[in-house]
Write a protein that binds this ligand. Sequence first.
Ligand code: GMT
Length: 385
Amino acid sequence: MRMPTVGITCYPSQGGSGVVATELGLHLARRGCEVHFISSHLPFRLQGYDRNIMHHKVEMPSYPVFEHSPYTLSLASAMADVARRCNLDLLHVHYAIPHAASAYLARQMLLPHRVPVITTLHGTDITLVGKEPSFFPITRFVIEQSDAVTAVSKFLKDETVRVFDCGRDIEVIPNFVDTRVFRPRPDHELRARFAPDGRFLVLHASNFRRVKNTPAVIETFDAVRRQAPAALLLVGEGPELPAVRREVAARGLEDRVHFLGHFDRLEDILPVADALLLPSWHESFGLVALEAMACGVVPVATSRGGAGEFIVDGHNGFLREPDDVEGMAGALLELARDPAQRAHMAEVGQRDAATDFGAGCVVRRYLDLYERLLGAGRPVDPLGG
Ligand code: GMT
C-alpha cells in the first residue's frame, strides 16, 4: 500500500495559511507521505531535515521587459516539472490567489496524465483579495476548476458560496493545532521578565495588517491597565507596526508594551501569557486563538468570522465585536480579577482544542480527501488514524 506523493504550495512567509500548509506537510510526512513543497522560499516553520520532505524553490528570473516577475507562470512551470520528475499524485495549494491558477495551468500542462488539484481557501483570498474586480473572475474560475476545494471554516465556505455564487462542493476542514508543540509550559523566569509584579499578561500575535484591527489592541489594553496591573506582548511584524509604536508612545505605554518582533517558534512565548487578544475586523478562522487555547491561554477574539466555530463565548474564551473595546476590556478584566475562572476556562479550552482540533483527526480528514480523489480502491494511511 503506497502513501501518496503530495505537492504542496503556500506562501512561505509568516501567516496562518503558510503555517497550516507546513504543519500539514510535516504531519503527512510523519505518516509516510512523500511531501514536496513548491514555493518561492523555504516555508518558515520548515526546519531541519526530514527524509520525506523536499523543498523546490520557484525560480523567478528577472528580465528588463518585465515590470513584475510573473510568479504565477514560474510557479506553474515548477509544479509541472516537480510533478513529472517526482511522480506527484496530487497538487495541494493553499490560498487561492494565484496558487490555484498556477496549479490549474500545471494540470493542463501535464495532460494526458491527470494530477488532481486541491485548493484550500484560507480567508483573505476570498474575503478581501478575491473580491477585487481584477481577481474576481479568475478566482471564481479556479475554484470551479479545482478537483476539490476545502475551506478552513463554515463561515469561509458560506462566504465563498455567497461572494462567488458558486455551486460546487466545498468541504470544511478546520485548522488544527499540534498539542505536543502548543501546550502549557510554565516559565516563571520569562514571565517575571514581562510581569515582574505578577501583572496580568495579554498577548497579541499577527502580521500587523489592517484587518487585524491593531488600534483596538492598544485601546483595549490601555483600558485594562487603567483598572488592573497589566502588560502587553506584541508578536509579529507588518505594515501597521509603525502606527502601533506611535500609538503606544502617545499613550505613554512604553514600559508596559513589549515589541517582540517576528520569530518562528510562537510556542516558546505564547504559553507565558494569561490571555490572547485578537480583535480582527474578521478572521475566517483565527488559528493563533486555537494555538493559544492549546497552551492554556484564554482567547478574547473577534466575533466576526469563523472563530466562533471553536470559541464558545464565556466557556473556553470570549467573542466580541471588533469595535467593542469596552466589551473586550471587560472580558480581559474578568480574567485578570478572577484567576480561578481563568484557570477553569484555560483548562476547558485546552481540552476543546485537543479533542476537536488536534492534528491527528484533522490531518486524517485531508488524507480521506486524497483517498477519495485518487480512487476509492486505494487506502492512503496504513496507520489508520
Ligand atoms: O489574511 C491573513 O491574515 C493571512 C491569512 C494567511 O495567509 O494565513 O490568514 C488566513 O488564514 C489563516 C489560516 O487558515 C486563518 O487562521 C486566518 O483567520 C485567515 N485570516 C483572515 O481571515 C483575516
